[in-house]
Design a protein around this ligand. Structure first.
Ligand SMILES: Cc1cc2nc3c(=O)[nH]c(=O)nc-3n(C[C@H](O)[C@H](O)[C@H](O)COP(=O)(O)OP(=O)(O)OC[C@H]3O[C@@H](n4cnc5c(N)ncnc54)[C@H](O)[C@@H]3O)c2cc1C
Length: 349
């Protein structure tokens, strides 16, 4: 189905974005492949959108064709979960839990589509989708061919992959490895194991873990709720910065002089250095939850410092201004540059 001049604010969880010149909705994988091949042959500007939960789109919208991936098939066996790219991710997790297979439950409540999960290697509560992927069915936009690839070919990293910020491939389907014993993946996130009264590394029934994950996420405004503007966001707006080892002492000194010695910022070993908590840095740089206040069109969530939200009347320019203010102040105070997690289209932070 093709429509004209569709406000993209109606397709993004931030409720932001000007009009799409054209919107093509594809409800089957065949249609999706054919539409993209045709547009690419004619070199028509194309933007892929699925759940719109990791996109910041400019107020001028998109000139060209926005292709909305609206496929939805899901199947579950004892060892494999398969989903079309457009299937709602949380419905995939719910179907796995209902079928009594384990592995996906820590990723409960993440908005958006199954096909976008490899794009930024979605993760939560100690699990990343990359550790579960069996294979991914791709349309290669350079050749027009489709093929299944193994996760090792996707360059999966912390909130990134070769698919992010690239127009070269479209995820058509994914397959995930699951376990038939109905138990969760080993619990690797302290807040979750504490909520479950479990030890780190323990495995619990998947439904129990899913319930606790959803409850924890709701408390942080991280489950979409049409009635709650704290969830009108793109989730975490900044990735946790990874500071190279040679720069870490200077950053820790800046932290000490700001907050006083003895207060320790959470630190985690990461590829290329030490990962620090972006939320912690934002708070200690002077931005409280809800900043700049209840009358602002765009503000931090009142439940989570890392989520930038539209309170209902914001423009993308308002959100971008807030993001820049936070990024610049954190850099000024601590010498650490924060980078946005969502994909920006027609705007830049
Ligand atoms: C309240 C909230 C909480 C969140 N919590 C988390 C979290 O805990 N962990 C986490 O990792 N993320 C989280 N996110 C971010 C977001 O939900 C994920 O990144 C999600 O996978 C995006 O899926 P989507 O279908 O909405 O993608 P979209 O926003 O529609 O697209 C995102 C990008 O992927 C591209 N894309 C989409 N589908 C495909 C495809 N099939 N093939 C190729 N490219 C594609 C788009 O072109 C775009 O560049 C959260 C977001 C919100 C709003």
């Amino acid at each position: 189905m093709i429509s004209e001049q569709v406000p993209l604010s109606s397709l993004t969880t931030l409720r932001l974005g000007g009009p799409a010149e054209y919107l093509a909705e594809c409800t089957s994988t065949d249609a999706l492949v054919q539409v993209i091949r045709l547009l690419d042959q004619h070199e028509v500007p194309l933007l892929l959108i699925a759940g719109g939960s990791n996109l910041v789109i400019g107020d001028d919208g998109f000139k060209g064709v926005v292709v909305r991936i609206a496929t939805g098939g899901i199947s579950v066996s004892d060892s494999v979960v398969r989903a079309d790219a457009g299937a709602e991710w949380d419905a995939v997790v719910a179907a796995a839990v209902a079928a009594g297979v384990g592995g996906l439950e820590c990723l409960s409540g993440i908005p958006g589509s199954a096909g976008a999960t490899p794009v930024q290697n979605v993760g939560a509560y100690g699990v990343e989708v990359g550790s579960l992927l069996r294979r991914v069915h791709l349309l290669d936009r350079l050749t027009g061919e489709t093929r299944w690839v193994e996760p090792g070919a996707l360059g999966l990293g912390y909130r990134t992959s070769v698919l992010k910020h690239s127009d070269h491939a479209v995820v058509l389907e994914i397959e995930l490895d699951v376990r038939a014993d109905g138990l969760s993946a080993p619990l690797g996130y302290r807040e979750l194991s504490a909520a479950l009264g479990a030890e780190q590394g323990e495995r619990r029934p998947t439904a129990q873990v899913r319930d606790h994950v959803l409850a924890l996420r709701r408390g942080k405004g991280m489950v979409l709720d049409p009635a709650d503007p704290d969830t009108w966001s793109a989730g975490s707006f900044f990735t946790n910065p990874v500071v190279p080892e040679d720069r870490l002492p200077g950053v820790l000194e800046a932290i000490d002089s700001r907050v006083g010695p003895g207060v320790r910022i959470p630190q985690y070993p990461a590829d290329g250095g030490t990962k620090l908590s972006a939320a912690w840095l934002i708070e200690r740089a002077g931005f409280a939850k809800g900043f700049p206040g209840p009358d602002a069109p765009a503000s931090l969530s009142t439940k989570h410092t890392l989520a930038l939200t539209n309170r209902g009347s914001a423009t993308t320019a308002d959100l971008v201004a807030l993001a820049r203010q936070i990024r610049d102040r954190v850099e000024e105070v601590f010498g650490v540059r924060l980078h946005p997690e969502p994909v920006t289209v027609g705007c830049a932070i």
